[in-house]
Design a protein around this ligand. Structure first.
Ligand SMILES: C[S@@+](CC[C@H](N)C(=O)[O-])C[C@H]1O[C@@H](n2cnc3c(N)ncnc32)[C@H](O)[C@@H]1O
Ligand code: SF4
Length: 368
């Protein structure tokens, strides 16, 4: 019996312009490459369909910037996907957009093809900080794009924000949060800027031109929790806040340890006892798929114990926590975290306390 896959990810590696802090696999949009890429993704889907029973409950088009594709290109790709898949169980279909690549025509097409959730990268509403971040859009453009998404009928929208951006003041961050709340999105992702290897920001960080202060990061993280939870959002994962019932089902599936299939260059998949990643190069990806060769560049076996450890590490980042029983092999560590005030019982489960959330990475690391 082939494994049934309920969560599908599609990686679109194009961006209107590459941001200096970002390490996701992407390249500046190149119209000449795109049709070959779209055909390759559909071909990879056909190949995987022979191996797995694909009946997605969630689909996530991420990147890169899926909305960097033109309206006809999105129509081609999404229609091709619809023709090939049984979508009778589909509950959530998210597509990531950059505010510079939103139009009413594009948004209406996506809505019509079944996309029912949009995740848009706003990062900040402050013009100066948008420049620091090398973004291609203004705050006003992001606001217009948000209004267009509503006009096209999207009633489930996430806005991404970033804090601890170089030169950002507490007041600027607070203003960005308040402006976002006033727009009433269903979901807000608030990420602490991280200096990722192989980015311009990382090079500037290693030269000492940019600095990081973990106390300042923690301070902004705490005020984020207070502001967003005070405005009726539920912090259902360390960086993710949703109005009740609006959690991202796709990301929750990752965090709770479900299997998922990823298509496209650099996409990860985890199915049963195996995890793999496709090659992070669009031309090589298309060549290999065209020759019906595997696009995988990395693969590892995952024991039940590794998957269980990952479920604990990621599950603890969510407000659902993890059952005490699942952590039975780590009784001593769990007792220390409880005594230290980092974990607390909630029914059968253990969840991070407020101070535990500030240490989420190191608490999680203990179990992997
Ligand atoms: C794939 S992008 C979202 C869609 C679109 N590409 C855009 O930027 O508008 C995913 C999100 O990851 C976050 N992100 C990217 N690099 C980051 C970094 N170095 N530190 C923290 N957050 C980061 C940003 O908030 C970004 O919106
Ligand atoms: S943040 Fe978004 S737009 Fe910027 S480079 Fe990364 S994926 Fe592309």
């Amino acid at each position: 019996m082939p494994a049934t896959i309920r969560h599908l990810y599609v990686h679109i590696p194009f961006c209107p312009k590459v941001c200096p802090y970002c390490s996701f696999y992407k390249e500046a949009s190149d119209r000449n490459k795109t049709q070959r890429f779209l055909d390759s993704v559909l071909e990879e889907l056909d190949q995987r369909k022979r191996e797995f029973d694909l009946r997605p409950e969630t689909i996530f088009f991420g990147g890169g910037t899926p909305s960097a594709l033109s309206t006809p290109q999105l129509d081609y790709l999404l229609s091709g996907l619809r023709e090939r898949l049984d979508l009778s169980r589909l509950r959530e279909w998210t597509l990531e957009m950059n505010p510079a690549t939103v139009s009413l025509e594009k948004a209406s097409l996506l809505r019509g093809l079944g996309v029912n959730r949009i995740s848009m990268g706003v990062q900040s509403w402050d013009e100066g900080l948008l420049k620091v971040l090398g973004r291609v859009h203004s705050g006003a453009q992001a606001e217009r794009s948000y209004a267009i998404l509503r006009e096209a009928g999207f009633d489930n929208i996430n806005l991404d924000l970033m804090f601890a951006v170089p030169t950002q003041t507490r007041e600027q961050w607070q203003a960005s949060l308040e402006k976002t709340i006033a727009l009433q999105p269903e979901h807000i992702a608030a990420y602490c800027l991280t200096y990722e290897e192989d980015t311009d920001f990382f090079a500037r960080f290693t030269r000492g031109e940019l600095t990081q202060d973990s106390g300042w990061d923690a301070d902004l993280f705490e005020s984020t929790m207070d502001t967003l939870c005070g405005a009726g959002f539920v912090q259902y994962e360390i960086s993710n806040y949703a109005k009740p019932g609006r959690d991202c089902l796709h990301n929750l599936a990752y965090w709770l340890g479900s299997d998922y299939l990823g298509l496209g260059p650099s996409a990860f998949s985890t199915i049963g006892g195996r995890r793999w990643q496709n090659v992070a190069d669009t031309s090589i990806y298309c060549d290999r798929i065209g020759k019906t060769e595997s696009a995988e560049s990395f693969s590892e076996a995952l024991s039940d114990q590794i998957r269980q450890s990952e479920r604990i590490a990621f599950g603890l980042r969510t407000n659902r926590g993890v059952s005490r029983e699942a952590m039975a092999s780590w009784n001593r560590e769990v007792a220390q975290f409880e005594a230290g005030g980092f974990l607390q019982a909630e029914g059968e489960n253990l969840v991070l306390t407020r101070s535990g959330k500030l240490m989420a990475d190191s608490v999680g690391q203990t179990f992997v």
